[in-house]
Each structure stands twice: as C-alpha cells, then as structure tokens.
Write a protein that binds this ligand. Structure first.
Ligand code: OSB
Ligand code: MG
Length: 370
C-alpha cells in the first residue's frame, strides 16, 4: 500500500479522576493521534507520550518533533507491503519508542482494514474476550483508597493494581488485603525504590500479591535480579523493557517472572509480537499494560491482549474510568460477569474515530504529503 498522506493531531482531554503515581499526578491526558491514509482507508495510531518526561523521557513535544522530522519522512510516499516493514524503516532512529509505535500501529490498522479483518486476527489472537483489571493511583487517605477500590470491585473488576511509593506501601497494602482477602491484588512502584529496600518487599510476602511491578530504577535489570532472588513474590518489569533484547536479558538474568507489555514502550506491534514470542518460549507470563489511552490506543491494546501468552489480566479498563466523552466509538465496557472486555470484531482496531471530537480536543495539527 502506498502511504499517500499522514496527519498528526495533538489532542488533550481531562481525565475524569486525577491519576497519581510515584512520578507525579496527571489530571489531563494529552496524546498525539496519527492518521495514515491509503486507498481511501485511514489507519489510526496513538502516541502515549505525556506532557512531561515522568514515566519516559519522551514527551508530546519530543514525539511531535521526532515524528515530523525523522519518522514520517521515512514512510510518506513509500509503497509498503507489510506493517513490519515500517518497523524496519524506522530502525535508523534510536530510541523514541512511543513516537515510533504510533506511526507503526496506524499502519497495522490500515493493513487490517485493507484485508477487512480485525487486528487481533492479524496478530494471531486466540480469544474474543480479554481479562482486565483496574490501576488505582495513590490516594490522599487510606479511607479514600479503600472507598475507591470498593467502587471498582462493585463495578465488577476482579484484579486491582495499587500504585505505591515510599511511605505509601505496607499500611495501605495491609488495609486493602484485610478488606478484600481474596481479590487478585498487585502493586506498581514505578521505579520508586532501591535495592536497599529489599526488606520492605520481604515484608509484603504475607499479603499474597500477584506481583510487584517495577520496584527499582527505570533503566535497571541487574538490581531487579538481585531483588527477585530475595523474594518469592514475582517481579514484573514495565519501564525497563524497551525491546526484544531487554526482554531476553531480563529473562536470562532472572530479573522478573512477568512482563508488562506496553506496545508504546517497545516501539510498536512488531516488537510487541517478538517479545510475546520470547516470553512464551521462556515460560514467562505477560499482560497488557496501559497508558490511560483514548479509544484508539485502548482498542489496539485489547487486540494485542488476545494473543496466546497474555495470560494475566491487563490494565485495560472501561472508557468511563478515564474519559467523560472519548474520541472513538463505541466506548469500551467491562463484562461484569467475568471482568473481561470484548475484542472488537470490525476491521482494523474496530472503533470509529469521531473526527468532530478530535477537532474539539485538538490543540495542534499537521499534515504531511510526499
Ligand atoms: O506504570 O503502568 C503504569 C499509567 C500511566 C503511566 C504508567 C502507568 C499507568 C497505569 C495506568 O498504571 C494503566 C491504565 O491505562 O489504566
Ligand atoms: Mg507500570
């Protein structure tokens, strides 16, 4: 398919609830939507970089720059025969996985639409519903945390992830576990601790956590291996895994037993598939992470999570948990009977982007021609 034109839309939507992690609080969620056009079809991808370099060094501004000046020029006007070719063409640019993923994923959507098949089918998905949970930010009070978790459990979520940071760990974990003895519970530190905190993680063992996500430095693999050797609770890596090589290194070094797959963090679906296959081969469990995506990114995540090795519930929640009115339809709902979400069955990502809403939320727009 010849890539005839590309559009970038920087949009910004308010979150229905502020989201606080160990690296900061998000009240609005900007993103860049990428549209790739060919043969009267439009493929959509989402760049999940934030306003500030908190989770990742990439920001909306760096992603816009890298997409406009370096990535789009490598693709525009090109005749492409597989979406994987995009990944190969972008290899010459180092880093910037979120920028790359948005462009590559738009091309995946385009190709799936051209074939008239759902993205999940192109990826070799094996389920029509994927298990999901909810990620709960750090709350101002313990009671506030218990109330908030209670609300989501009442809505039907059967896996709860709580964000932790130094000073907000054992006490809230113990309180939540006491209130909900049987719920699948896990914690995510977003790199807020160091290896010296190993005794703290040992004290978490009695709470029967599903896993501890990214306890140590965002670039680290070696110290995570040392920590994993000292605790029975599985470590899950998020921030540290950027490529198939990182996954292989982490597995070889026994730095984790679980991997959180975020397609944006690994530079697109081609790398996501490679990491999926590495983990499957090695017997390492995985699940689909989230970055508070709009309906475009959320849809792609659900398709990805239908692949065979996504055996743990993902951070994919209902649209209403993030946005009052999203830019794509239909909205995503939780299947309350089994805490799952249904994989869309239409062509491509299977949601319709509402261009009027995109325009409404848009703060910057750019158009690229060969
Ligand atoms: O670490 O998993 C994370 C959101 C933004 C940045 C990092 C993370 C998260 C989440 C939210 O945990 C997951 C979601 O999209 O619901
Ligand atoms: Mg995380």
């Amino acid at each position: 398919m010849k890539i005839e034109r590309i559009e970038l839309h920087h949009i910004s939507q308010e979150l229905v609830h502020p989201f606080r992690t160990s690296f900061g609080t998000q009240t609005e969620r900007p993103c860049i939507l990428v549209t790739v056009y060919s043969e009267n079809l439009a493929g959509w991808g989402e760049c999940t970089a934030s306003l500030d370099p908190g989770y990742s060094y990439e920001t909306i501004t760096t992603a816009w720059h890298i997409l406009s000046e370096f990535l789009i020029p490598r693709i525009i006007g090109q005749d492409i025969t597989t979406p994987q070719e995009v990944s190969a063409k972008l290899k010459g640019v180092r880093g910037h996985p979120m920028a790359k993923a948005s462009l590559e994923n738009a091309v995946w959507d385009l190709f799936a639409k051209a074939k008239g098949m759902p993205l999940s089918e192109m990826l070799g998905g094996v389920r029509d519903r994927v298990e999901v949970g909810v990620s709960i930010g750090i709350q101002p009070t313990l009671q506030g945390l218990l109330d908030r978790i209670g609300q989501f459990i009442d809505k039907g979520y059967r896996r709860i992830k709580m964000k932790i940071e130094p000073g907000w760990e054992l006490e809230p974990i113990s309180a939540v576990r006491q209130r909900h003895p049987a719920i699948k519970l896990m914690v995510d530190a977003n790199s807020a601790f160091s290896l010296e905190d190993a005794p703290l993680f040992q004290q978490m063992e009695p709470y029967n956590l599903l896993m501890i996500e990214q306890p140590l430095h965002y670039d680290d693999i070696a110290d995570h291996a040392k920590l994993q050797a000292q605790i029975n609770t599985p470590i899950c890596l998020d921030e540290s895994i950027h490529s198939p090589n990182h996954a292989r290194w982490a597995i070889e070094m026994k730095a984790c037993r679980i991997i959180n797959m975020k397609v944006a963090r690994v530079g697109g679906l081609t790398n996501a598939i490679a990491i999926h296959d590495i983990c499957r081969e090695a017997g390492i469990a995985m699940w689909c992470g989230g970055m508070l995506e709009t309906g475009v990114g959320r849809a792609a995540n659900i398709h990805l999570a239908s692949m065979p090795n996504f055996t743990l519930p993902g951070d994919i929640s209902a649209t209403e948990r993030y946005y009052a009115e999203d830019i794509a339809e239909p909205a995503f709902y939780l299947n309350t009977e089994d805490s799952t979400m249904t994989v869309p069955t239409g062509p491509g990502i299977g949601v319709e982007v509402l261009t009027d809403r995109v325009k409404h939320f848009r703060v910057r727009h750019s158009h690229f021609l060969p």
